[in-house]
Ligand binder design. Structure first.
Ligand SMILES: *[C@@H]1O[C@H](CO)[C@@H](O)[C@H](O)[C@H]1NC(C)=O
Ligand SMILES: *[C@@H]1O[C@H](CO)[C@@H](O)[C@H](O)[C@H]1NC(C)=O
Ligand SMILES: *[C@@H]1O[C@H](CO)[C@@H](O)[C@H](O)[C@H]1NC(C)=O
Ligand SMILES: *[C@@H]1O[C@H](CO)[C@@H](O)[C@H](O)[C@H]1NC(C)=O
Ligand SMILES: *[C@@H]1O[C@H](CO)[C@@H](O)[C@H](O)[C@H]1NC(C)=O
Ligand SMILES: *[C@@H]1O[C@H](CO)[C@@H](O)[C@H](O)[C@H]1NC(C)=O
Ligand SMILES: *[C@@H]1O[C@H](CO)[C@@H](O)[C@H](O)[C@H]1NC(C)=O
Ligand SMILES: *[C@@H]1O[C@H](CO)[C@@H](O)[C@H](O)[C@H]1NC(C)=O
Length: 617
């Protein structure tokens, strides 16, 4: 009899154990379970049930998901702000598909927010192999009515979609625990927002601490989070229904989780199955001081070692503070914007995009700069592949903040500058370039190069520039030609005129408008609708060896622009046509320079840095 008792007792023990370890991963309608029982995913990785965080007492029981057979590592909490006060919590799946957590007196502590299903269906609660708790129709189509991955706590697991379900306006973001013993809403959150120009942002309350973005076609600006990695593959998906960041593990034997900690760190942990004894902190993303939001203030750029520099054209607002390594006051313009009186753009390369991008999806790449110029609050623009389906016009309204230097990779952005700033940059460049050109000439002694340089330099010396002409000729520019010198972080931009504008201005290139002809093509006089007179050098197709060559010519001319010299207003490259548009100077000498006659090298002596040439001679 005694043996029977013992056997029965053992059997009960074993069956109790079986109940909890038999991999029950589902709960059927009207089934319920109490504290002590758990669901375990069929791959034995995750467990769903009641737990007490940290060393807390049983006075605070939470319903959640953790790794099965690992030191308690919670990845999701249902009732994070409303614990059950004793061990009598009860989980019930109702027939209508709603999951409810009751306390002992059957008060609802927490429930899923899916709408009760009216039609006949067969709901089932299942803890999936990815750690996602789902309520689905157990029928043929497995429709999911609710899933815990839609309501993450502080952890992004592989396959969880951080971001937006646009059709229902649901945002999935993670929020830290208050402390390691208290899973209630903490102060730090990490999210993908806003949907218009998605960035990944870490916040403390509503204050931004750290930011990656916006997405630029391959990664979030300033991050390498989507880079190829042997461990996991990241994806960013954007379509009319969804917008999310997600990662999947490439190695099944590694567990991983991205967590926003209660101290505000964004941390990525891994655990190698059967090998690890503790979680390995692979990376804590926001530890670079340069990632500290707005560290260098407005128009400041953060360099490694957390030093700040102003964008060129800007100067520290408070040099004293900057001297004391307090950079947050940022930088101010050396020359104020005139807005509408010929502001232009300077191109920067290798930056993390500033914060607060706005997408102007109704404009093409070419219109972007022009439209930005027309809006006085528009401080920068870029053509960005935000949605992975082609580049879009992205602009920054208001002052630019939170930029970081990325010597390898990083973004191209065009920043608004006043006309006088553009001029002084051009002047500085002219000096540098002349030195460069001349020293190349000196070293190589190449006659060919020399005559080329002479050509370029000579035309500019011949003609005095007329009064300043406003660049603000609305509607005439359809885009811009831009360049960046290698190893430079700034550049010019030369307007591109569309063919129709030029044809209109020059009476369809009528003979009456022709003012000269040469081996390269013809020169026409014309007038824009705003009254500005122009001279158009229309290049013969055969005289252009290639786009590269033309670009070089444009670059050189642009670099050489000076207020006392004739001005290249822009160019037009459309189909077979290639044209350079200069401002028109009534005096005859214009013809000479436009014809590109070679002048004697002596003329160069009049140029600003004749010294090297003289020594060459
Ligand atoms: C839980 O299940 C038991 C047995 O299946 C049942 O008697 C009880 O009413 C259920 N409790 C709730 C709250 O549904
Ligand atoms: C729990 O208590 C142990 C020993 O008292 C301590 O070492 C550990 O850090 C505590 N854990 C937490 C999360 O407080
Ligand atoms: C259950 O929750 C309700 C509402 O929060 C509370 O008034 C009641 O005391 C709780 N019962 C138990 C047994 O904890
Ligand atoms: C799946 O089944 C539900 C309930 O029967 C139904 O409402 C839904 O339209 C079905 N979905 C698909 C994709 O067939
Ligand atoms: C790209 O996708 C976005 C959102 O899905 C859409 O608004 C935009 O018009 C698309 N752009 C192009 C060029 O197809
Ligand atoms: C871990 O060890 C268990 C038991 O030895 C084994 O069944 C399992 O395949 C191992 N898992 C991996 C990923 O090596
Ligand atoms: C294009 O979009 C911008 C910003 O949304 C708006 O200000 C502008 O009026 C729009 N332009 C046109 C032509 O629709
Ligand atoms: C500039 O563009 C922004 C964003 O589209 C808009 O809110 C603002 O009203 C515009 N300002 C002007 C002067 O057009």
């Amino acid at each position: 009899m005694r043996t029977l008792y013992i056997l029965t007792f053992l059997w009960i023990l074993v069956s109790q154990n079986l109940q909890t370890s038999m991999c029950i991963d589902t709960l059927k309608p009207n089934q319920n379970f109490t504290d002590g029982f758990t669901l375990i995913s069929s791959n034995q990785r995750f467990e769903f049930g009641f737990f007490t965080p940290g060393n807390g007492s049983y006075g605070s029981r939470y319903l959640g998901i953790w790794y099965h057979n690992l030191p308690l590592t919670v990845v999701w909490v249902a009732n994070r702000n409303n614990p059950v006060r004793d061990l009598n919590g009860k989980v019930v799946l109702l027939e209508n598909g709603v999951l409810i957590l009751y306390n002992h007196s059957l008060a609802t502590i927490w429930s899923t927010n899916n709408l009760p299903i009216k039609t006949t269906f067969n709901p089932v609660l299942q803890l999936s192999n990815s750690g996602n708790l789902v309520i689905r129709d157990d029928g043929r189509n497995n429709t999911i009515f609710w899933e815990s991955f839609d309501y993450p706590t502080d952890t992004v697991l592989p396959d969880l979609k951080l971001g937006w379900k646009l059709d229902v306006g649901l945002q999935r973001l993670i929020r830290s625990w208050k402390s390691i013993e208290d899973p209630s809403d903490g102060e730090y959150s990490f999210s993908l927002d806003p949907p218009e120009a998605p960035q990944l942002v870490l916040r403390s309350g509503s204050r931004k601490l750290f930011r990656w973005g916006p997405f630029d076609g391959t990664s979030f600006s300033g991050s390498n989070i989507l880079n190829v990695n042997p461990l996991f593959r990241s994806t960013y998906v954007s379509n009319s229904l969804e917008l999310y960041y997600q990662y999947e593990m490439l190695d099944e034997s590694v567990f991983s989780r991205l967590v926003v900690s209660s101290l505000g760190f964004l941390q990525y942990f891994t655990w190698r199955v059967n090998i690890s004894k503790e979680w390995n902190l692979l990376v804590s993303f926001n530890t670079d001081p340069c990632d500290s939001y707005g560290k260098c203030g407005y128009y400041g750029i953060c360099y490694s070692l957390s030093s700040c520099k102003c964008l060129s054209g800007f100067t520290p607002t408070s040099p004293l503070d900057w001297g004391l390594f307090s950079y947050s006051g940022g930088c101010k313009r050396k020359h104020e914007l005139e807005c509408g009186h010929g502001d232009g753009f300077v191109k920067y390369d290798g930056l993390k995009f500033p914060d607060n991008p706005t997408v102007w999806s109704n404009y093409t790449d070419h219109e972007c700069g022009t439209k930005c110029l027309e809006n006085c609050s528009c401080m920068a623009y870029a053509n960005v592949n935000v949605y992975r389906n082609g580049s879009l016009c992205v602009v920054w309204i208001g002052d630019l903040i939170d930029m970081k230097n990325f010597p390898n990779g990083g973004e191209k952005i065009y920043i608004r500058m006043s006309r006088s700033e553009l001029q002084s940059i051009a002047d500085a460049k002219r000096k540098r370039v002349t030195v460069k050109v001349v020293s190349i000439v000196t070293v190589l002694g190449s006659l060919l190069l020399f005559s080329g340089a002479v050509w370029y330099l000579s035309w500019v010396t011949r003609v005095k520039r007329k009064d300043r002409i406003s660049m603000n000729s609305k509607g005439q520019r359809s885009g811009s030609f831009q360049y960046v010198e290698d190893n430079q972080d700034e550049g010019f931009q030369l307007p591109i005129y569309d063919l129709d504008t030029i044809l209109l201005a020059c009476n369809n290139f009528s003979e009456r408008n022709k003012i000269g002809q040469g081996g390269f093509g013809s020169v026409y006089k014309g007038q824009f609708s705003n009254g500005q007179e122009i001279a158009v050098k229309r290049l013969l197709e055969k005289s252009i060896q290639g786009v590269e060559e033309l670009k070089n010519e444009l670059i050189l001319i642009a670099k050489l622009q000076h207020r006392n010299l004739v001005k290249l207003l822009g160019c037009c490259i459309e189909g077979e046509e290639t044209m350079l548009v200069y401002e028109y100077l009534p005096n005859k000498s214009l013809n000479n320079f436009i014809y590109g006659t070679l002048y004697s090298p002596c003329l160069i002596l009049h140029f600003s840095i004749p010294y090297f040439l003289c020594s060459f001679k």
